[in-house]
Design a binder for this molecule. Structure first.
Ligand code: NAD
Length: 434
């Protein structure tokens, strides 16, 4: 059954959610405070790179089933169910989540909802306890639910239409029934639904991210040990992955995790545990964070060594700027962090990424940017592979051999074919391998 759904905050999560809500048959109104974003979305253009999203958006904008606005009045007037999808970044100068955007949504919406019997659904990743506080800000006949989002950038559409599970944090059977109705086409595909209270729903998301970050840092810690012991972490991971209790996903050693979620989420989770008096329980997440950040320094150290002990007068090619492939998101990107460190130490850095160049230029205007991978490599003393785009895996090391000053590649993602690069005359180094 079609519902009138609004999506407040149309960034990576919200724009995807809005287009997918239209795809499963709802009338959708998206709202953002950024008028440029709204103008782009209205014209059927996604203001960031996400495979498959623009087609979906354009299709539903064209039929009028998906519209965008900057007006909260229009949203309150139109919607039966309101999804809040605004950002929860790390607080400036602290580890806790900055809840000003989440709060602003309720502050704007609450006074407009009286008498409308609306359901407000939080999707942002928030510290446990936030939903209870926000629920108290709504008028009596409006209800809150918490429905955390697990989508992965690069697979956002697929993950929204066919998620691993849906989590409904609710206080009433009415709220649960309304969420089941909105997601009916997704649930009928066989998606499991877990119905919980508010705090459990909030914690499912933060603990999922804590687990994923821990798994990555676990294999990166093993990489540190492998480096000291002369072992090969890629073979170690392969052997571990045959144990179905461990599994192979998120077990690739490399320069570590970044992006707009894992780093800030594990810090906010640690900060919140401290406030709750259970800081000890999550003390290990600090170590997870430390291991992760040490991998970036390790790449810089390997690059310096490869450059002959110092970066002055050396050309360093950096392949990758996005925090992961198939996305243009550069928030807390290991690739750009490494590039900036090397530039600070006097290196001539040339960065190339298939999709994230505009975002990278805005965030790091003093780095030099190339027009292609080949252009970045031209005359390089050291090549760093830091975001595992397919385009980089497909590069022909034999052709590139003649473009560089010295054929030296450091594979920060353990994703290039080491044998092929070595056979083409390159010195190939990778994290956690001899
Ligand atoms: P984002 O920064 O891309 O998008 C947030 C949007 O909210 C922006 O467009 C911003 O202009 C808008 N906004 C800010 N204040 C507003 C207000 N008062 N009213 C309306 N719009 C407002 O962030 P994102 O990556 O989409 O993340 C949003 C939330 O989803 C975060 O809590 C994040 O942790 C969580 N999340 C993100 C992902 C992901 O892969 N990006 C996955 C799961 C969960």
């Amino acid at each position: 059954m079609s519902a009138r759904v609004t999506v407040i905050g149309t960034g990576y999560l919200g724009a995807t959610h809005a287009a997918c809500m239209a795809e499963i048959g709802h009338e959708v109104l998206g709202l953002d405070v950024d008028p440029d974003k709204v103008a782009a979305l209205r014209s059927g253009r996604v203001p960031f790179y996400e495979p498959g999203l623009e087609e979906l958006l354009a299709k539903h904008v064209a039929t009028g089933r998906l519209r965008f606005t900057t007006s909260y009045e229009e949203v309150a007037e139109f919607g039966e169910v309101h999804f809040s999808c605004v950002g929860t970044p790390q607080s400036p100068g602290g580890n806790a989540a900055d809840l000003r955007y989440v709060d602003a949504v309720i502050e704007h919406l609450a006074p407009l909802l009286a008498g409308r019997n609306a359901l407000v659904v939080g999707k942002s990743t928030v510290p446990v306890g936030t939903a209870e506080r926000l629920a108290a800000m709504l008028p009596e006949d409006a209800e809150l639910a918490w429905n955390p989002e697990f989508l992965r950038e690069g697979f956002a559409v697929e993950d929204t239409l066919r998620p691993d599970r849906l989590v409904f944090g609710v206080r009433s059977t009415t709220a649960e029934a309304r969420l089941r109705a909105v997601y009916a086409p997704v649930i009928s595909n066989g998606t499991p639904v877990v119905v919980t209270d508010f705090p459990t729903a909030e914690l499912v998301k933060t603990s999922a991210n804590a687990f994923l970050a821990t798994k990555i840092s676990f294999i990166n810690a093993m990489a540190e040990v492998c480096e000291a012991a002369g072992a090969d972490v890629t073979l170690l991971a392969e052997a571990l992955s045959h144990d179905t209790r461990i599994g192979g996903r998120f077990l690739r050693a490399g320069v570590g995790f970044g992006g707009g979620c894992l780093p800030k989420d594990i810090r906010a989770f640690t900060a919140r545990a401290g406030e709750l008096g259970v800081g000890r329980a999550l003390a290990f997440l600090r170590e997870v964070d430390d291991i992760n950040m040490r991998r970036r320094s390790r790449v810089v150290d390997l690059a310096r060594e490869a450059a002959g002990g110092g970066f002055l007068g050396r050309r360093i090619a950096v392949l990758g700027a996005a925090f992961k492939p198939d996305s243009d998101d550069i928030r807390d990107s290991p690739a750009l962090n490494v590039a900036a460190q090397i530039q600070l130490q006097g290196g001539n850095v040339s960065v190339y990424d298939p999709k994230a160049m505009d975002n990278a230029r805005k965030a790091f205007p003093t780095l030099a940017y190339a027009t292609s991978a080949e252009d970045a490599l031209s005359g390089a003393d050291v090549v760093l592979h830091l975001t595992e785009w397919q385009e980089f895996r497909d590069l022909d090391p034999a052709v590139l051999r003649d473009k560089v000053a010295r054929p030296y590649v450091i594979d920060g993602r353990n994703a290039l074919d080491a044998g092929r690069w070595r056979a083409a005359g390159w010195t190939y180094r990778a994290l956690g391998r001899p």
